[in-house]
Design a protein. Sequence first.
Length: 273
Amino acid sequence: MTRTSVRKAFRDFSIRLRTRKLACVAVFVITVLVIPQFSAGQSTGPAGTLASALGSIGSAISNVIGGGLNAISEILTSIETFQREVVWPQELIDRARAAVASIQVIFNNIRGLGQVAVASATLPAPRQLEQTLLSADPGQLNSLASQYTAVYSAVPLPSDASPQIRDLIDMTDAASQAAMKRAIAIDAIADMELEAADRIIQEVQSAAPGSAPIVEAGAAAWWVRANAHTQAALTELMRLRAIDLANAGAEMKLGAQYGAQLRGNVTDALRRR
């Protein structure tokens, strides 16, 4: 047997011996802790010391930590009672939900009034244009130009009107068609906002008190969007009013030009005589 094999065998024997020693010590400790001591010296020795230490730890947990935990539990119970009876009383929650339900009925009535038929055109071309204007369908915007021309005619040819008149007519037609397209888009936006309002009301009816601020924030965001769309509609009205004023001013300017030309023609005719 070589020196290396001797060292390996001695190392293996030492490891087995150490393992058995630790196992014996563990068995002895478990036996001391588990088996009750009936001798008079039960309070002395390692087992008695360990039992005394465990008793001191249990007493500290019950008296010190337990008292703090009880105080925390009482505070949490007081907070829960305050929230249930003062902050979010069930009676007020039920009253708020009933108010939301009544508001939903009002919204439904408003929606019904908005769907009342107001179309009044009788001839084919005006009826088609009117249907497009009241459709609230942005997909029909591309067909509006041809329908507008069928009702209000196209811009005159250069041989039929002066350049100034043709420019005025073209600008007026452009502003009118833009306003009609904007009206269709705003009608579609209004329908979407009504759907969002219905969804918000449904969420409010079933929302827990803690989630109500989230729903309120969503409603506030939609309110801001509705105001923005209203401003866009007012801007379109101002644009149409500006076109009307511009046309009135252009008519006076053209009248002055025609008057000047007429005076010049009369003066030339008198001079020839």
